[in-house]
Design a protein around this ligand. Structure first.
Ligand SMILES: Cc1ncc(COP(=O)(O)O)c(C=O)c1O
Length: 410
């Protein structure tokens, strides 16, 4: 992994000014679609003088996200990473604890664990790129002991304080059994729903529930590459009123007396600004339309890939309505005739941006010393997966151009 490799967003957004000026015909991976009241709400925010980390749009954005997701409380943060960090602190995760995480996720999930002084314990993923529930249950049954003070990892002796399922690419993680087991054993579930705003379970124990609003704590991201953006931002979802109040306290420098500047704890400057929230409110108004468009994109890719031997669209779970945040394909090199990286180069030559899935985190230098449990499928998916252009503003003819480029290589 080279140090310059960045999140999907940075690279995607680099293209935005060029796109707008018409200088580039590159089809980008995932860029914002700013087609609603963005200008008008930002102007309103500027005109009101409320530009910083308090103001009516922050309150409104929190209320509207809570209403949309069904979470009783929503607390706006400066980023999804900040939201994850605070959520872990709220869950009581601290130094020398362990948190079960998938190895296949954006590095922010893992970094947030390390910010608390806890260690990640890496798990494999399932066919939908999400935490492998069966292996996680096997691990909890065979490799841990329960006693006073909670569940301990037999190998390290550390307490397993949390479990962080990630709804990768917008795919809902299979949580029915896991969340039950975690509740019984006193392990807090903190959902990383950074990519899954709009994804709702349609069957099983959580039918009708929005991803991120299942457990005590869930986190969203509004980074520039997400389905709804605030430029940069995040949200903590929680069913616990005391946790919501504490989240506000910790994200605003832990002010115990804001006139006399009294602080009884270490706090963080982690709140979303009113300007960013104005953007968020305008974007959220368009979410139902984005979801429809993205479902149509997925269907178009599925149809187009049907007859290309050796390529298949990554499946999505049947137990949820998916937000189709990022459509991805799997390359069977033996049948298709070239591997994932060669295909990516080919697409770049056709002015189409594509992207492999993140480098597996259990192999990254800062975490290589941490325990990884039977990682198999994640390695295979890492080698064969390529994400395709998926912006909400993508046109049908652009998807057709991607499909045509994929056909050419056969
Ligand atoms: C799975 C996942 N977790 C966490 C994050 C972090 O969110 P942010 O970039 O808003 O800090 C992201 C995206 O950026 C993500 O995709």
């Amino acid at each position: 992994m080279n140090g310059k490799t960045s999140d999907l967003s940075a690279r995607s957004l680099e293209r935005l000014p060029e796109e707008n000026s018409g200088r580039s015909r590159m089809i980008p991976l995932s860029i914002p679609h700013l087609a609603g009241n963005e200008w008008s709400y930002i102007k309103e925010s500027l005109d009101s003088g409320w530009v910083s980390s308090a103001g009516p749009f922050v309150d409104r954005f929190e209320r509207e996200i809570a209403r949309y997701t069904g979470a009783p409380h929503a607390v706006a943060c400066a980023s999804g990473t900040a939201a994850l960090h605070i959520a872990l602190l709220l869950a009581g995760v601290g130094p020398e604890d362990e948190v079960i995480v998938p190895t296949l996720t954006f590095v922010a999930t893992i970094n947030a664990v390390r910010y608390t002084g806890a260690y990640p314990l890496f798990m494999d993923c399932d066919d939908f790129y999400c935490l492998d529930a069966e292996k996680t249950l096997d691990f909890l049954t065979q490799e841990t002991v329960s006693g006073e003070g909670g569940v301990r990892n037999k190998r390290t002796g550390r307490r397993i304080a949390g479990l962080m399922p990630v709804h990768v690419f917008g795919n809902a993680a299979a949580l029915d059994l896991l969340s039950c087991t975690c509740r019984e054993r006193g392990i807090t579930v903190i959902e990383d729903a950074a990519e899954s705003l709009g994804t709702v379970y349609t069957s099983g124990a959580f039918s009708g529930k929005h991803t991120g609003a299942i457990g005590e704590l869930g986190c969203l991201s509004f980074n520039g590459n997400k389905i709804v953006t605030t430029g940069g931002g995040g949200m903590i979802l929680t069913s616990n009123a005391a946790m919501a109040a504490r989240a506000k306290y910790l994200t605003t420098q832990a002010k115990d007396d804001d006139l006399r500047f009294i602080h009884n704890e270490v706090g963080y400057n982690y709140r979303l600004t009113n300007l960013q929230a104005a953007l968020g409110v305008a974007q959220l108004e368009q979410l139902p339309r984005f979801l429809e468009t993205k479902a149509a994109h997925y269907a178009q890719y599925a149809e187009g890939l049907r007859n290309i031997r050796g390529l298949s669209l990554a499946p999505v779970p049947a137990y949820a309505r998916n937000n189709h945040w990022l459509c991805s394909l799997r390359v069977n090199e033996g049948i298709y005739g070239c591997d994932r990286d060669a295909l990516m180069r080919r697409l770049t030559a056709c002015a189409i941006q594509s992207r492999p899935v993140w480098g597996l985190n259990h192999l990254q230098r800062p975490f290589a010393h941490c325990q990884a449990y039977r990682i198999e499928r994640a390695t295979e998916l890492w080698q064969t997966t390529l994400s395709l252009p998926s912006s909400a503003g993508l046109k049908a003819e652009e998807i057709q151009a991607v499909i045509a480029a994929l056909q050419q290589t056969t």
